[in-house]
Write a protein that binds this ligand. Structure first.
Ligand SMILES: *Cc1c(COP(=O)(O)O)cnc(C)c1O
Length: 375
């Protein structure tokens, strides 16, 4: 066997994630590895916590990056908080809401599912009715930014409802963090998880999470032991806290955490509000161009995610042919449809470092070419 080093081409990542990684973040990954219990590394982990608190807009002490992808962040929230027999109201308006339902079922919890149409925001009225009908429910779980459909839900309103009904909120912010307004403390979010490879534009495989004091108390006062050893946050807590002295839990992905630190420094320097505004601006430029091409959005304007543009594939156009053409001719990746939208939709991501004018322009010209190829 004569395998060679792997040298991927430089693609432009305009799918549902991962997004493009800036040269500065890429460079940070190749800095020397040091021990994960080295005092210098522990100092960097402490900075990471502060940077994540800024990104989440929270003072939550328990704010860390899990050494695993967004899906593990989802699972960590559910396995730590929910016990067998607990009632959880789960909003489902796409693929990721459905995964929340599966998490609750596997724990032996009782999922009360509130379905909203795919391609639309979670219907707040329906959620309120479910909360009223199930006064013993302990949690309300929903996806802030449904990457499978491009819909943005009203996290502020949903969390306010959860509080009124004495429920803790569990929020999927994998695609929303850094891309749209998100305020963990102001909105009263209790458990939230995200991913490193969407609007934070870092390497995949890390999941920023944050738990409110209320959520931490629920974890501390569980009746049953958490089934997952690796995701048991009562163990992970002591790996991420303590004055300069940490106990070994697992080996953190040292260089990936350099990358996250670097990408969060960029977020801080740009400023969260400016970052949200940049995503919105690039989205509007893309939407204007798509409109000229006669391409229709799936989601109504006021419920659209700027960072994930879900559009209908025009009649008579071959999904895979177009996406392959863009990839092979232009090194440009856009996403296909998921679930109900497989073969019917494209998903154009404008996440993090990808959300720049030159990428919007390139996407519009190359898509125009790809469509012309099929006429
Ligand atoms: C991408 C994504 C996930 C899963 O994250 P991974 O890092 O792929 O495990 C979960 N929820 C939403 C909304 C996502 O977009």
């Amino acid at each position: 066997m004569n395998f060679q080093s792997f040298h991927p081409p430089r693609r432009i990542l305009m799918g549902p994630g991962p997004s493009d990684i800036s040269p500065e973040v890429l460079a940070s990954l190749s800095r020397p590895a040091i021990g994960h219990l080295d005092p210098l590394f522990i100092g960097m982990m402490d900075e990471l916590k502060a940077l994540l608190q800024y990104a989440f807009q929270t003072k939550n002490e328990f704010t860390i990056a899990l050494s695993a992808p967004g899906s593990a962040g989802m699972e960590a929230c559910f396995v730590n908080l929910v016990e067998a027999g607990d009632k959880v109201i789960v909003c489902r308006n796409g693929v990721f809401g459905d995964r929340m339902v599966q998490n609750v079922n596997r724990i032996g919890g009782e999922a009360i599912v509130v379905d909203s149409p795919w391609g639309r925001a979670v219907e707040v009225d329906k959620v309120e009715a479910a909360l009223k009908a199930n006064p013993e429910a302990k949690f309300l779980a929903f996806v802030h930014a449904e990457t499978s459909t491009g819909a943005l839900s009203d996290a502020k309103a949903l969390c306010a409802l959860a509080q009124q009904h004495d429920c803790l909120s569990i929020v999927d912010a994998v695609t929303s963090l850094g891309g749209v307004e998100l305020k963990v403390d102001d909105w009263g979010i209790d458990a939230i998880y995200s991913g490193s490879q969407k609007c934070l534009s870092c390497v995949p495989g890390l999941s920023p999470i944050s738990f409110s004091e209320k959520a931490v108390n629920v974890i501390k006062n569980r009746k049953t032991q958490i089934q997952s050893w690796f995701l048991d946050q009562s163990l992970v807590m002591s790996y991420w806290s303590g004055a300069g002295k940490r106990s070994y839990h697992h080996t953190a992905p040292v260089n990936s955490l350099y990358g996250l630190h670097e990408s969060l420094i960029h977020l801080q320097n740009e400023g969260l509000e400016n970052c949200w505004a940049r995503h919105q601006k690039q989205h509007e430029a893309l939407a204007k161009g798509l409109d000229k091409l006669g391409i229709k959005f799936i989601v109504p304007k006021e419920e659209r995610l700027p960072q994930l543009n879900a559009i209908y594939i025009p009649d008579g156009i071959d999904d895979v042919k177009v996406r392959s053409y863009l990839l092979n001719e232009y090194n440009l990746e856009i996403g296909g449809g998921l679930g109900d939208f497989a073969g019917k939709a494209w998903r154009i991501g404008l996440m993090g470092y990808t959300a720049r004018s030159e990428n919007v322009a390139l996407c519009l010209t190359t898509l125009t070419d790809a469509l012309a190829q099929q006429q």
